[in-house]
Design a protein around this ligand. Structure first.
Ligand code: ING
Length: 320
């Protein structure tokens, strides 16, 4: 048995006016709740320290810069990291990263129970759009405010197993998890800020919770891994974000769920050895995968005609 008692620390809304100190107080309160429940790892949402600012178009870079962290931990976030280290609890937390040379990423980090940085991830699948689109009830300017992540989908040794991270929209793309699955990931930690309303496709709104569970449950099963999905939820500056925080086993079953749209800690004992049952049978990659049949997946970004497809992958041209 290799048990990780993991806590998903869902956040309710973070107001524009809420400062880092006030948010960190909320995060510490949830850390203490999780500690009381025996957690060894606490997972916070995407962009946990601020309101989801990509919903607005900023003319001024100075105004935009206020939402980013230049160092993590920094003076305002250090109390959280110090408390976690004192409690001997690891954390994963998402934040907006501004590098010393001015690059902007939507980032998450994994910190061990001793306070050591175990890994960093920068969001690769950036949803939304780059230019201001006033027709929308609210913007989704992640393609404007962040660069695509440049660290890849990596898996880190920690907590007695192999831990991976991704962020929000990444969870909707099967490639995200398969790259980590091919590194033997046993638990994927991900945070999200998901508006229920998607302006370009309002017909999807009613399915927000279904799609949220669908993609993470499928990924857990298909890659023989636990998945911990953690929302920043509730009515945040006039935009309703879904909850749906949950911890999912390699069986594809949700074993713990949030039930509110506020700050809420859910905890589950996750035995990483459960992954083996799938990793050594139905998803024994080394026995069952056929990479020669998958060339199109990395050979093109968008959809191509069947004729173009054959040029990318000649195997598609075989007649017999
Ligand atoms: N948010 C959303 C997500 O992928 C979105 C974007 C909303 C996509 C609604 C589809 C439908 O959950 C972020 N931050 O990626």
């Amino acid at each position: 048995m290799r048990i990780i008692t993991v806590a998903a620390a869902q956040m309710g809304p973070v107001a524009k006016a809420e400062n880092r100190r006030q948010v960190v107080e909320r995060l510490i309160a949830m850390l203490e709740t999780a500690a009381g429940r025996g957690a060894g790892l606490v997972v916070y949402p995407e962009l946990a320290l601020t309101t989801f600012f990509p919903r607005w178009y900023f003319e001024s870079e100075t105004e935009l810069d206020a939402y980013y962290e230049r160092e993590m931990p920094g003076p305002e976030t250090a109390p959280l990291f110090e408390k976690a280290k004192r409690l001997g609890i690891g954390i994963s937390i998402g934040y907006a990263e501004l590098t010393p040379d001015g690059r902007r990423f939507n980032t998450s980090i994994l910190v061990g129970p001793d306070g050591a940085l175990l890994g960093k991830y920068r969001k690769i699948h950036l949803p939304g759009h780059k230019e201001n689109e006033p027709w929308r009830a609210f913007q989704h300017l992640e393609k404007r405010y962040f660069l695509p992540g440049n660290l890849g989908f990596r898996v880190f040794d920690g907590f007695g197993g192999r831990i991976g991270m991704c962020i929000c929209n990444d969870r909707r793309w099967p490639e995200t998890y398969r790259v980590m699955g091919l590194q033997g990931v046993e638990m994927v930690l991900l945070g999200y800020n998901t508006p229920i309303h998607n302006p370009p496709a309002p017909e999807h709104d009613r399915l927000s919770w279904h799609h949220n569970s669908l993609v993470m449950q499928a990924a857990a099963y298909q890659n023989a891994t636990f998945v911990v999905g953690v929302a920043k939820a509730g009515m945040e500056e006039g935009v309703h974000h879904m909850g749906g925080t949950q911890i999912i086993a390699p069986t594809g079953e949700t074993i713990a769920s949030g039930v509110t749209e506020g700050d809420e800690v859910i905890v589950a004992d996750c035995d990483l050895d459960l992954c083996a049952s799938y990793r050594q049978s139905v998803f024994a990659f080394e026995r069952h995968r056929e990479p020669d049949a998958y060339r199109l997946i990395t050979g093109t970004k968008g959809c191509v005609t069947p004729e173009e497809a054959v040029r990318i992958d000649p195997a598609l041209g075989h007649e017999d």
